[in-house]
Ligand binder design. Sequence first.
Ligand code: EPZ
Length: 429
Amino acid sequence: MLKYIINGGRVLRGDISAGGSKNAVLPILSAVILNRGVTRIHNCPDISDVRITLNILRSLGCRVDLTGSTAEIDASDIIFSKIRAKDACKCRSSITFLGALLSRTGKAETAYPGGCSIGKRPIDIHENALRDMGINVIGSASCIQAERTDRTSGGSVFLRFPSVGATENTLLAAAGSSGTTHIYGAASEPEIVCLAEYLMTIGSEIQGAGTGHITVRGRESYENDNVDYTVCPDRIETATYLMAAAAAGSGVRIHGCSPAHILPVIDVLCEMGCEIETDGDDNTITLVRGAMHGRLESPGIVIADAYPSYPTDAQPLILPLLAAAKGVSFVADRIFPERFSCANELRKMGARFSVSKYGLTVKGRRSLKSADVISRDLRAGAAMIIAGLSACGRTTVTGGFIGRGYGSLCEKLRGIGAEIREVPYQNLS
Ligand code: EPZ
């Protein structure tokens, strides 16, 4: 557990870089077990969810090394097809080992995944998708077991909702089948495209990644001695720095990012009165003017939904800005309708929220006040950091989630002038 101590109200200025995408690298680290050889993953973020996943790979028999931002995995000898409960429950993405192990060994067993408590997170879409492929899936109280009946099946899979994880699991299971698999109703997030790119690098034939209909022609085995793959930028980390800059910055340039992946976020901030420049060739986004140049205006309504709509993971991140904007805003999240855990913490800083079953109504006030608050989940914790940077005075954010998705966050924020540090914290109450 960590406590972040912020002396807020300072103007943020200068250059900051986004790292590799957490939500892209995690399924790719599952996918590396399809390849009987060495894979080097570059631009790999050093975050706790990655370290958990690398430990899962070690438990399956892989040789694993993480040096700087390169993870090297030798998956020549996979000796197990079961994910240990103590590992599976630590992150949501452990569920994608189901599809990967089915492709590598023909069977798989994993305990139910963990993940941030941001709403109900069942896995029925994952299970039904695998059954659509002719795979036997048995769910018990403690684990899920799956076994292929026919390695050349392929088939048509229909996802009732464009679940990111279920799309990834289906892609991984289809990659190990020499038949052709059609995935209808697929998620189209950039992280899906990244995973498909890796699978094509090792020899899968995939069309339509990034659309609602993906076609996969896999192989029963993959043997590439040396594979190198570079992970795409983290669009939510990028959105986090952009929100911090909008709340407390003037002239902040974010490097190593893909502006095209967060256009709805940029659009809402411009509607609020920010001045933002993007350069897709140079992979930069510059916040020229934000709240430091005059109070921002409410954008009216923000609806989080599946890609390419406004991302649910950036929904908590904008709440501190709406809380200090002129006017009343309404926020709804169609992916995780109850994802407002940071609202109560922001109330401690003076925010005026009212929650209904439809969403969150925010009455802006001139500014937030510093306070001691709690990080309730990964993105809620990041939202509290943004709030602390914008509120004058000392704010502390206590919790254990932020390190799951942000590598060297304090160091990067200090690089643009933030006064922030992290100290170990033990909750003895
Ligand atoms: C991924 O989670 C991301 N995590 C989440 O990011 C992100 O919020 C989410 O996609 C949506 O974009 C990773 O990639 C590791 P879903 P995932 O399956 O795959 C329901 C972060 O902060 N659903 O697309 O679990 C589900 O309850 C994290 O980085 C079912 O009903 O999300 C939710 O309402 C948080 N049955 C909706 O679908 C299922 O079998 C979307 O979930 C699966 C999902």
